[in-house]
Design a protein around this ligand. Sequence first.
Ligand code: GLN
Length: 380
Amino acid sequence: MNPIFSALQTSVFEVMSRLARETGAVNLGQGFPDDPGPEDVRRKAADAVINGWNQYPPMMGLPELRQSAATHFKRWQGLDLDPDAEVMVTSGATEAIAGALMALITPGDEVVLFEPMYDAYVPLVRRAGGIPKFVTLTPPAFGLSEEALAKAFSPKTRVVLFNNPLNPTATIFSEADLDLLAAFCVRFDAVAICDEVWEHVVFDGHRHKPMLSRPGMRERTVKISSAGKVFSLTGWKVGMVMAAPNLMRVLAKAHQYITFTTPPNLQAAVAYGLGKDDSYFEGMRADFQRSRDRFAAGLTGLGFNVLPSVGTYFLNVDIGALGESDDVAFCQRLVMENGVAAIPVSAFYAEGAVKTVVRFCFAKHDSTLDAALERLADWR
Ligand code: GLN
């Protein structure tokens, strides 16, 4: 058994979802929407299952999806991507991250990570032989500083792996943060693996800024996207990887021996979905933003200290201000006594022990959010 994996705990998402099922709690822990996703996209998939190709699709992905992704990211982010050489389809963003780490890291290489970070990052980095170097981000801004980056980067740095917009903090990195990070990547000849799965879920008029287009980053960025968040279809696991040809060649080698391909019918539906007109994407954002505002107002009314949420469909509360110092115990209490599941954000920290932030998923019907708020009324 590999000690890196055998020592791991069950993921906090699984633990909280199981507790929610067992106790009948309203599950605002694991992030998935109540909405079933756009019907036309689901019909495309169904039609492709019945009438389409169900054997192995091309290893790099269906040509129509690679083309659709290139067109989509030109339209939304101004990126010029060659669909034949710079776009690959994976079975979810997590496969893309695992493959990129396997492909780019040699044992002993250092990997810079920003904590709090998605729970898959550290085990995957370690299993690829990488040595994690953490930059600790703290509430409420969770921003970068030159001083912190200078401590984390070294001549051994091979990769910086980060999420933008950032789950669980619900923040987005400023352009100044991205340029600062880009300057470090260039100076230390590092590759940025940028997990941008939340790129369409940004609020208050923000537009996502991809790392790939920052100065010096075109040849040293692996951009990772996913259909799961864009179409509220988290179970589909259709990911997309974008990178310059010299990086893509090696990423493709990892992909061909991990999953090789991704269900062709889901790929066909995502190819169609990415081409939907602006109103779909604007509408999705507006709906999520309305839910965010409804839930934030409710939590504030109950005396919670709600942190800003400008991206992702999560809302955090700072329980430190309420005299609480243990987010895990707090979440246990919420699920067992109030019947609401949430995620303790300390689960996303490896070193810097911030234990005073709790994450709620608000991608839910009004009735679900209202039921949660009602149950939280006597949380004190
Ligand atoms: N991305 C989801 C979240 O952040 C969880 C995915 C999972 O369960 N691994 O809540």
